[in-house]
Design a protein around this ligand. Structure first.
Ligand code: PEP
Ligand code: MN
Length: 348
């Protein structure tokens, strides 16, 4: 439920609304806007007597949010959420953000070489897993904290922001110490204790769609994170299971459009996991940007055949250079541009 205050409502009138909501046993979330303040009632509001709020001084109207997810819905907040990273890059505004890097951090040389190449090509966020969710327990599980340290070193040298995955609630704090964005992987999208921990860690969260999750389930997962106090959630379409095995997954481009209609949160696309094959990554990256994605996350490896994970879907640095040149005019055609880091902007 949303209580919309009249233009010019006083702080004490807003305070009275907050107090009434709390007396009713709910949490109140005041949201000052450009025109007027709105106070959100957080919780299952089915039995709330709207008349009690409607009649308070300074209240313009009370709106029921019809979706099961509340705070992430467009009904709750009509403007696009824009998330600013430590390097000045903004996700969810007019710019398209490119995140790139290996599937897993393997060594200092590997992550530094990749970071330099993707930065030179125009990426602004470095990806790389230090804790890897692997289908088999015998597969490489990641370098752990050593991998996080290597990512932080690459950030230091290149100015790229870092996104990396947290696998479990106990690991979130450690990842948050090093990362600029905490990634929640597809396999963890409905790990609710992990979502809650990520929502309390004080860092933006990249939430990947589960491979069999509906958009409603994705948005409800995001709601867990926002409910815990972290509004900076970036959604990610990374492909879903399909009846057809011609590609690893089915990258659902309509999801980008649907999410934009239903939610104010930014959404990016992962054409690497979404297709599973190097030859398909760049075409689907281009298509995702044309469909309105706020960014892409792409696996790049200096020597894909030697990659410990996801080599078959990793672009070479040269292929990534080409992709970066291709997407600029696509972004421009729909009135957007590719995000560039602050220091590059300053030098222009
Ligand atoms: C990854 O980003 O390397 C990854 C494991 O992705 P997903 O969770 O989408 O499978
Ligand atoms: Mn991967």
């Amino acid at each position: 439920m949303l209580v919309v205050m009249k233009h010019g409502a006083t702080p004490s009138q807003v305070g009275a609304v907050v107090q009434t909501i709390e007396e009713l046993g709910y949490r109140a979330r005041p949201m000052p806007g450009r025109q007027r303040t709105t106070v959100g009632l957080v919780g299952n509001d089915g039995r709330v007597d709207a008349a009690r709020l409607d009649s308070l001084d300074g209240v313009l109207r009370v709106i029921h949010v019809s979706q099961p997810y509340k705070q992430v819905s467009r009904e709750w907040w009509p403007d696009d959420t824009v998330i600013e990273l430590m390097n000045g890059v903004r996700i969810g505004g007019g710019e398209v953000v490119v995140m790139a890097g290996p599937c897993a951090v393997e060594s200092e040389a590997q992550i530094l070489t990749t970071a330099r190449r993707v930065r030179d090509a125009g990426a602004t966020v470095l990806r790389g897993g230090a804790f890897k969710p692997r289908t088999s327990p015998y597969s490489f599980q990641g370098l752990g904290e050593d991998g996080l340290r290597l990512l932080a070193g690459a950030r230091e040298e290149t100015g790229l922001a870092v996104v990396t995955e947290a696998l479990d609630p106990q690991g979130v704090e450690l990842v948050a110490e090093y990362a600029d964005i905490i990634q929640i992987g597809a396999r963890s999208m409905q790990n609710y204790s992990l979502l809650r921990a990520a929502g309390r860690a004080g860092k933006p969260v990249l939430l990947k769609r589960g491979m069999s999750a509906t958009i409603k389930e994705l948005l409800l997962a995001a709601e867990y994170i926002v409910f815990e106090g972290e509004p900076r959630v970036i959604l990610c379409e990374r492909g879903v299971r399909s009846f057809d095995d011609h590609a690893r997954n089915l990258l659902d481009l309509t999801a980008i459009v649907s999410v934009k209609e239903l939610s104010h949160l930014p959404i990016i696309a992962d054409p690497s996991h979404g297709t599973g094959a190097r030859s398909k990554v760049s075409p689907m990256a281009r298509a995702a940007i044309a469909a309105g994605a706020d960014g892409i996350i792409v696996e790049v490896h200096p020597d894909p055949p030697s990659a410990v994970s996801d080599g078959a879907q990793s672009l070479t640095p040269d292929q990534f250079d080409r992709l970066m040149r291709e997407i600029e005019p696509i972004a421009q055609a729909i009135g957007r541009s590719i995000a560039v880091p602050k220091e590059v902007l300053a030098g222009r």
